[in-house]
Design a protein around this ligand. Structure first.
Ligand code: ZN
Ligand code: ZN
Length: 280
């Protein structure tokens, strides 16, 4: 399956997939971002969305987006960084989000698993990020770790959805079928990482419930490397493994899975539709 996947990309010749969630700003990639972006292109990746997690990493993500044609970025305060954020950071993030290559307020959300920051502080920042996304009409990239129920309550309370507003994506989706339905009903998108390739994982079952016009591919590099790269540093070049797993979950050919998820990502992030020809 996987070998066929890579040979498909080579035979077909053009990069077509979008890694909608990576952290090229992570120290693991220091001094290696150019080669990582090149390797991604060689593996069939058309575009990468580089997500910041605080002011400093959001600034570096913007630098990457200006240095590499095929990189776009998001800026926000991540729940695990919420404890170290300062009151003035909201203005800094807003300024970064106004950049022409910024395509999302992200990543933000709630993390009740790692518990790096007080839940109330996390929620305060999440609400700030939702207000910013509404103001600038760019979608949010939502981190959800054991926090689905509260996230949905906060989104409902803030009247934030993908039906009337800019919406968002629940990234690295770990929720059950009912949560997926609740998220989809509200107009949100869902993306899967290497978690969809893990043996004994029920992600493929859940992915089946997500229509392709709401489903996107991501690596969450450098984390969550897919099978057969588990244990290694993940990078955007591994996105074909995620595409293959989505194709298999939906019982469709790889070509269709790639085409549909790329179309969804172009629309969701409002990327120039011409990128498919220009960057290929
Ligand atoms: Zn995350
Ligand atoms: Zn992430």
């Amino acid at each position: 399956m996987v070998d066929r996947c890579f040979s498909f990309i080579r035979d077909n010749g053009t990069p077509e997939m979008i890694d909608t969630h990576a952290h090229l700003t992570w120290p693991t990639f220091d001094g290696r971002v150019a080669e990582v972006v090149d390797r991604a292109r060689d593996a069939g990746v058309l575009a990468i969305v580089d997500l910041g997690t605080d002011v400093a990493s959001s600034r570096r993500a913007r630098e990457h987006a200006h240095r590499f044609d095929r990189v776009w970025f998001g800026a926000a305060i991540h729940p695990n960084d919420a404890g170290n954020a300062n009151p003035g950071d909201e203005q800094e993030i807003a300024a970064l989000c106004a950049d022409e290559k910024c395509v999302a307020v992200g990543e933000t959300g709630l993390d009740f698993y790692r518990d790096h920051a007080d839940p109330d502080v996390q929620e305060r920042w999440f609400r700030e990020m939702l207000a910013l996304a509404t103001r600038i009409e760019k979608p949010v990239v939502i981190h959800d770790r054991k926090a689905s129920r509260r996230l949905i309550e906060v989104l409902d309370d803030a009247r934030y959805d993908g039906l009337t507003g800019p919406g968002g994506v629940f990234h690295c989706f770990a929720g059950d079928a009912d949560t997926a339905r609740a998220v989809l009903e509200r107009g949100f998108h869902i993306s899967f990482t290497g978690n969809i390739t893990f043996r004994n994982s029920d992600r493929a079952e859940v992915a089946k419930l997500v229509p392709l016009d709401r489903l996107m591919l991501e690596t969450d590099s450098p984390f969550l490397a897919p099978v057969p790269k588990r244990g290694k540093t993940n990078e955007p070049a591994n996105i074909p493994y995620i595409a293959a797993a989505v194709a298999s979950a939906h019982g469709i050919d790889l070509d269709t899975a790639i085409r549909e998820t790329t179309r969804t990502a172009v629309r969701f992030f409002d990327l120039p539709p011409s990128i498919v020809e220009e960057l290929a």
